[in-house]
Write a protein that binds this ligand. Structure first.
Ligand code: HEM
Length: 201
């Protein structure tokens, strides 16, 4: 890219391209759609990631930044997906990254939310793969479903809100750092779920 992108969301995409690519490859190497058992491992990764951020969806610091924020959490859907499959959830031993009722640094949180929201945009492809295991938006792959307003609209309303925020350079850097941290967290969850004993997580 030769020019500085005026969209914060696109800058985030460019800044995290490498780590997203590495994550995609790590997930696909684990072949999460080879069997329902393997897919349950992928669900446990999602469970712990969405648990990390579940407190953000009703954090007062973010209430006026993102439209329909409270409805965007997918933690409950992931839990239902595990229950549909009769699969055990992961032990929730780690302290969630954002604790319920704790003060939230909004720019950092927005970086994490960018990763969670973006993963739903990419999830169209994953939902198709899940169909091969007999799973759907109504059973086992609820968290991969598009929102009622449509995947693209849901993403656009998020990125429009993100792009319209007036942030200082320091706040901007915290958004970027939040997104990188979120990707790293998911990557470490993938590594320890699918290759326990080899990950640094
Ligand atoms: C939990 C794991 C994942 C996370 C956290 C994640 C995160 C993201 C994010 C943040 C975006 C938005 C990029 C942007 O436009 O700004 C995205 C898009 C995308 N992701 Fe992922 N992703 C994950 C897994 C995967 C996997 C396994 C694949 C496929 C191998 C994948 C394929 C895609 C694709 C194709 C898009 C672009 C969708 C589009 O532009 O229509 N992602 N993902």
């Amino acid at each position: 890219m030769t020019e500085v992108d005026t969209s914060r969301a696109r800058r985030l995409k460019a800044a995290t391209h490498g780590v997203h690519d590495g994550l995609d490859q790590a997930i696909m190497k684990a072949e999460p759609f080879a069997s329902r058992d393997a897919y349950a491992g992928f669900l446990r990764v999602q469970q712990l990631f969405h648990l990390d951020i579940v407190a953000l969806y009703d954090a007062p610091e973010l209430a006026n930044t993102i439209p329909d924020l409270a409805d965007r959490s997918r933690y409950q859907q992931v839990c239902k997906d595990l229950a549909d499959l009769g699969a055990a959830p992961a032990p929730e031993d780690d302290q969630p990254r954002f604790g319920a009722g704790e003060p939230v640094d909004a720019p950092t949180a927005l970086g994490w939310l960018y990763v969670a929201e973006g993963s739903n945009l990419g999830a169209a492809f994953l939902l198709k793969a899940a169909a091969g295991l007999g799973l759907s938006a109504e059973f086992g792959a609820r968290h991969l479903a598009a929102s009622p307003e449509g995947r693209a609209n849901h993403w656009r309303s998020f990125t429009a809100a993100l792009d319209s925020l007036d942030l200082t350079a320091d706040e901007e850097a915290r958004v970027m750092a939040g997104a990188s941290a979120a990707f790293s967290r998911v990557r470490s969850l993938v590594d320890r779920t699918f290759w326990p004993g080899t990950a640094a997580a």
